[in-house]
Design a protein. Structure first.
Length: 449
């Protein structure tokens, strides 16, 4: 079979499949409109959008290649060939957008809870409170929160030091860190599991011109193992760690991190823990998504500066600053959307006791149909249930919070630590932030104990 014939047959197959797909979509839309319960405009699910976009991306890519080949061989005139190519490039834009925006994102793992199946996907505040009254739900949350002092064998943990002299954001909306420590660092080319990297540490690395140096662990953490961060030990048998303390906390102190010997609350040597309860075809599941990097920030006095979740997916070897743009948990949101789950509640650990239970920068899950539960170190919690708002209203909320944050920061000369070290001013900021959030969320106190 000649290449011309193969390309012609391939084009015919694509055209036939395209017609069948359009007929199927027309059937779906007609069936959807016949259901009186469906009053909103019909739309494809994330899975359908991805598959629809992928098919048409392949189809138009094939058409472009086919037109280029036939034009190059003189089978098409240049005018006709260029016309086909232009049409292909114009038509492929939307399918590529569908593939990009609805690509498959799955939860790392999930467990089905032994709860009565639901006959509805409508989540109400009453349903959320009923779910939080279930013993299996309480036990699942407690079990997860027991790991706040632990790090997993494939989890990345980062500690950044912010100094008063360099705590202003730059044009990229980042606040630089003076130095950083990273467990299981990553580079552009590989992941350096079972090691710790120190960037701009107080101790000189083996090659002085290098800004960072990595050190092996004495006993590596297995892939599916969890270990207390304070129990991690550095391998001190190598020349780069001679005369160094093997214990991880002391190792960090020797490299210029002003960690305290103990913390009554707000310990930086902890991690973020959380999960999301969803409805999957009537069954209630608890899903866990690796949608953030385990990250902690401290000031020059060793106190925790809690901005919120860290969704930085860039290689950690390039980590030089912290973003002052709020995390919106995009990966979690897309994972739930792609799988067709109905979200009930996300819970997450909060690293210290607080009357406001709010990170300096982040917000609860800001979308209608979501609820967020922040649980502090004493088991007290604050529940934020999103009200039914339009997308424009959620954007309005984020803009108001942005103006509030930068406005309060401006009162301190745009110095982050100027705000965080002034407890009175910080409480005033949190009070204003909570008043804005109360317009968009139903806020309730709760307790895990």
């Amino acid at each position: 079979m000649s290449l011309d014939t193969a390309l012609f047959i391939g084009m015919g197959i694509f055209l036939g499949l395209s017609v069948l797909l359009q007929v199927y979509l027309a059937y779906r839309i007609r069936k959807y409109r016949q259901n009186p319960a469906n009053t909103s405009e019909p739309r494809m699910t994330a899975k359908e959008s991805f598959r629809f976009g992928l098919f048409h991306t392949l189809f138009y890519s094939y058409m472009i290649i086919w037109a280029v080949y036939l034009t190059w061989n003189g089978k098409f005139s240049w005018l006709l060939g260029v016309g086909f190519i232009i049409v292909g490039f114009v038509s492929i834009r939307k399918p590529v957008t569908l593939v990009r925006d609805n690509r498959p994102i799955h939860a790392d793992w999930s467990i089905a809870l032994p709860l009565q199946p639901l006959t509805t996907n409508v989540v109400t505040p009453e349903l959320i409170l009923n779910i939080l009254g279930e013993e299996s739900v309480i036990n699942a949350i407690k079990k997860d929160l027991q790991k706040v002092y632990q790090i997993g064998g494939k989890e990345q943990w980062r500690l950044g030091l912010v100094m008063p002299s360099m705590d202003m954001y730059d044009p990229t909306f980042q606040i630089p860190v003076k130095r950083a420590a990273i467990l299981h660092p990553t580079s552009y080319f590989n992941a350096q599991f079972k090691r710790v990297m120190i960037i701009h540490g107080a101790r000189e690395p083996m090659i002085r011109s290098y800004p960072g140096w990595s050190y092996g662990l004495r006993t590596p953490i297995a892939d599916h193992e969890y270990r207390n961060i304070c129990d991690i030990e550095i391998n001190t048998n190598s020349p780069s760690t001679s005369n160094r303390s093997p214990g991880f906390p002391n190792f960090l102190r020797e490299d210029g991190f002003p960690l305290k010997d103990s913390y009554r609350d707000g310990d930086p040597l902890t991690t973020e823990r959380g999960g999301t309860f969803v409805i999957d075809k009537g069954e209630i599941k608890l899903i866990y998504s690796n949608y953030f990097v385990q990250s902690r920030l401290i000031d020059d006095e060793g106190n925790l500066v809690y901005m919120g979740l860290d969704e930085n997916f860039q290689p950690s070897s390039t980590w030089s600053g912290i973003s002052v743009i709020p995390s919106v948990s995009k990966k979690l949101f897309k994972s739930v959307l792609y799988e067709g789950y109905t979200p009930i509640l996300r819970y997450r650990s909060f690293p210290y006791a607080s009357n406001f239970m709010l990170p300096i920068l982040d917000t609860p899950m800001s979308d209608s149909g979501w609820a967020d539960l922040f649980i502090d170190t004493h088991g007290k919690a604050k529940l934020f249930i999103a009200k039914q708002k339009t997308l424009e209203e959620w954007y309005e909320m984020m803009e108001r919070l942005r103006q509030l944050f930068f406005g309060e920061l401006g009162k301190k000369g745009n110095h982050l630590l100027g705000l965080t070290k002034d407890q009175s001013h910080l409480n005033e900021y949190f009070s204003k932030k909570q008043r804005i959030l109360e317009e968009y969320f139903t806020v309730m106190n709760w307790s895990l104990v």
